[in-house]
Ligand binder design. Structure first.
Ligand SMILES: Cc1cc2nc3c(=O)[nH]c(=O)nc-3n(C[C@H](O)[C@H](O)[C@H](O)COP(=O)(O)O)c2cc1C
Length: 206
């Protein structure tokens, strides 16, 4: 029996988008798992996006369709990706989630699997706080939270700076955004996608 996963992300400069693609790739390795990739709508004024260079970066994934709050209920498991903003999720993701009140009233996500990944500019800029504070929203929705267990040995990497924790995959963009997700970080994101897919399948096969 097949299960459906959604990977729902916001990305301003493309780092979270790259993690989202990697998570989707990992999930698609699992047979009978259907994976859809969605982005949440932008809130920044076009002028600000242009000035910051984000408009150009965002053009690289403009083809990804927009997530629709009520359609989250069509998934058995959802991976959420957000850049860190002051140690928290970004406003675009918050705004999207704040449109799920109706879904929450109906218990539309109760018992579904939820998982989170992120990106920061700096090494200690709040990856873990972003992910664990995101979990509060998922718990209010009654979701079953899945992270990245240490059976993924890349979490132990000490020879290089790397994102990735038991809370979820992550990358470091660098203060100027110039650093791209590393091979280790992308592999952890693939692991997270596959892990979420396998657990969702165990819980939700129908
Ligand atoms: C308003 C704002 C707040 C930010 N807050 C943090 C922060 O608390 N910690 C940090 O390390 N990086 C912070 N950053 C950097 C972003 O996390 C970084 O640009 C992002 O992870 C890149 O991901 P993206 O390419 O998917 O947009 C902030 C950026 C902006 C614009």
């Amino acid at each position: 029996m097949s299960v459906r996963l959604q990977v729902v992300f916001y990305s301003m400069y493309g780092h979270v988008y790259q993690l989202a693609e990697a998570a989707a790739e990992g999930a698609r390795k699992v047979p009978d798992v259907i994976v859809d990739l969605f982005q949440v709508p932008e809130l920044m004024p076009a002028e600000a996006l242009e000035k910051s260079g984000a408009a150009k970066a965002r053009a690289a994934f403009a083809q990804v369709p927009f997530a629709v709050p009520n359609r989250l209920a069509e998934a058995d498991g959802i991976l959420f990706g957000t850049p860190t903003r002051f140690g928290n999720m970004c406003a675009q993701m918050r705004n999207f989630l704040d449109q799920t009140g109706g879904l929450w009233m109906k218990g539309g996500l109760v018992g579904k699997v939820g998982s989170v990944f992120t990106s920061t500019g700096t090494q200690h800029g709040g990856q873990e706080t972003t992910i664990t504070s995101f979990h509060s929203t998922l718990l209010h929705h009654g979701m079953i939270i899945v992270g990245v267990p240490y059976s993924e040995p890349r979490l132990m990497e000490m020879k290089e700076i790397t994102g990735g924790s038991p809370y979820g995959a992550s990358t470091l963009a660098g203060a100027d955004g110039a650093r791209a997700p590393s091979a280790n970080e992308l592999a952890i994101a693939r692991f997270q996608g596959e892990h979420v897919a396998r657990i969702t399948q165990r819980l939700c096969s129908h």
